[in-house]
Design a protein around this ligand. Structure first.
Ligand SMILES: Nc1nc2c(c(=O)[nH]1)N[C@@H](CN(C=O)c1ccc(C(=O)N[C@@H](CCC(=O)O)C(=O)O)cc1)CN2
Ligand code: MG
Length: 288
């Protein structure tokens, strides 16, 4: 029997509909949520993601502004742009599309974004708050995975979640969010010996390694929930995940496809966070 497909396009659309209603309510109160997207250089994939983010904002009535800077932009002038956005009343969320050109220090740039506008949830303060379980913006991809699990009715408490990958934007926060929902979490990575001996124990397996079709049937326990965060190109230049879907289909109880699984949730949760940022501001004004 085939595994149940977790459809990120459908779940994402459902969440976007409710975010759109929140946008309408904010506009009735005279506030249009605004997102600034900063794109440096000419990475084609980044340009596509940024375009999709802007289109998604427009589709739900949010304002978005693209700040497009040339590849040779200095770190100093990028930081100055972010400071300007930090101080703008019409901008509630700021995101800097990653990766940045090599001569720019990503850590310094991200740390410059005002925490109340950090809708990617990447700044050290946002990450610290997340670790402490405090209210903050959660990073969009792991936040989206939590929503996929929730909407699919998958129990997390008491389950063994195994994460493959330890990036700052996916693997590390993913483990934290699952831990906060009472999963037992194991982190694995490229230097983990005998990887299948760990992944085979997973009730929930999160693949975030960035290697095409890396997770095969030998990594997966019968009945596991398999979440594929990878976006890769295979030898035929076809979009594929970190999981060899055809091999794992039928072994897993549930599986996310690529495309159409985790990917659409990343932009959905960005919209969600930006609306939240605008609502926070309105609440602040009301309190004053
Ligand atoms: N500042 C940020 N930079 C980057 C992030 C991020 O969350 N914030 N994540 C990735 C890229 N990314 C968004 O920026 C992103 C990647 C993929 C998708 C997506 O919808 N994927 C589709 C397939 C798209 C395709 O056809 O190529 C899918 O999986 O269905 C959305 C967002 C790195 N940088
Ligand atoms: Mg760099």
């Amino acid at each position: 029997m085939s595994s149940a497909i977790i459809n990120g396009k459908e779940i994402g659309q459902e969440i976007r509909n409710s975010v759109a209603e929140r946008v309408t309510r904010l506009k009735e109160q005279g506030l249009t949520p605004g997102l600034a997207v900063v794109l440096v250089g000419d990475n084609q994939a980044s340009a596509t993601y940024v375009r999709n983010k802007q289109k998604s904002c427009e589709a739900i009535g949010m304002f978005s502004e693209l700040i497009k800077l040339p590849e040779e932009t200095t770190q100093e002038s990028l930081l100055a742009q972010i400071e300007l956005l930090n101080n703008r009343e019409d901008i509630h969320g700021i995101l800097v599309q990653l990766p940045l050109p090599k001569h720019i220090d990503e850590d310094i740039v991200i740390a410059t974004i005002a925490v109340e506008k950090d809708v990617d949830g990447f700044s050290p303060v946002s990450v610290g708050k997340m670790m402490l379980g405090q209210e903050t913006f959660l990073p969009c991809t792991p936040f989206g995975v939590m929503k996929l699990l929730e909407f699919s009715g998958i129990e997390i408490a008491g389950k063994h979640a195994v994460i493959v990958g330890r990036s700052h934007i996916v693997g590390k926060p993913m483990g934290q969010l699952l831990l906060q929902k009472d999963a037992t979490v194991t982190y694995t990575h490229s230097k983990t010996p005998n990887l299948p001996s760990f992944t085979k124990q997973a009730d929930i397996l999160i693949a975030a390694v960035g290697r095409a079709n890396f997770i095969t049937k030998e990594h997966v326990k019968e009945g596991a929930v398999v979440i594929d965060v990878g976006i890769n190109r295979d030898e035929n230049n076809k979009l594929c995940g970190d999981v060899n879907f055809n091999e794992v289909d039928g072994i897993a109880s549930h599986i996310t496809p690529v495309p159409g699984g985790v990917g659409p949730m990343t932009i959905t949760m960005l919209l969600f966070n930006t609306v939240q940022a605008a609502e926070n501001k309105l609440e602040h004004i009301v309190k004053l």
